[in-house]
Design a protein around this ligand. Structure first.
Ligand code: ZN
Length: 111
């Protein structure tokens, strides 16, 4: 019997686009496909309707979020800034978020 092929979100892509890109794609898409918690009713029923548009199938709450996840780090910072937090603190948070992104990026490269 032939070895069972490992398939996931990259099924249909075959050997194309490079292993690193496919790995990254799986990471993003699995996060996108799994149900998320609704900020309105708390049920884990939120699905993406379109790029950046998320809808809860329980309470029909529709809201704007990230392209691939309902809540992004940058979105949280922007929300805080919009609420009227002192600019210094917002900048500090942004720097922290940026540092975290760079950290995760370098982690990926060393893989
Ligand atoms: Zn809901």
């Amino acid at each position: 019997m032939p070895k069972t092929k490992k398939v996931g979100a990259t099924r249909g892509l075959g050997t194309r686009y490079g292993a690193t890109v496919r790995k990254r794609y799986v990471k993003v898409i699995t996060e996108l496909k799994k149900p998320h918690r609704c900020p309105q009713c708390g049920f884990v029923r939120v699905h993406r309707k379109s790029v950046g548009v998320w809808v809860c199938s329980k309470c029909n709450f529709t809201f704007a979020g990230g392209a691939y996840t309902p809540i992004t780090k940058l979105g949280v910072v922007a929300k805080r800034a919009a609420k009227g937090m002192p600019a210094e603190e917002v900048e500090k948070q942004a720097a922290k978020a940026e540092a975290a992104t760079i950290e995760s990026a370098t982690e990926e490269e060393t893989e």
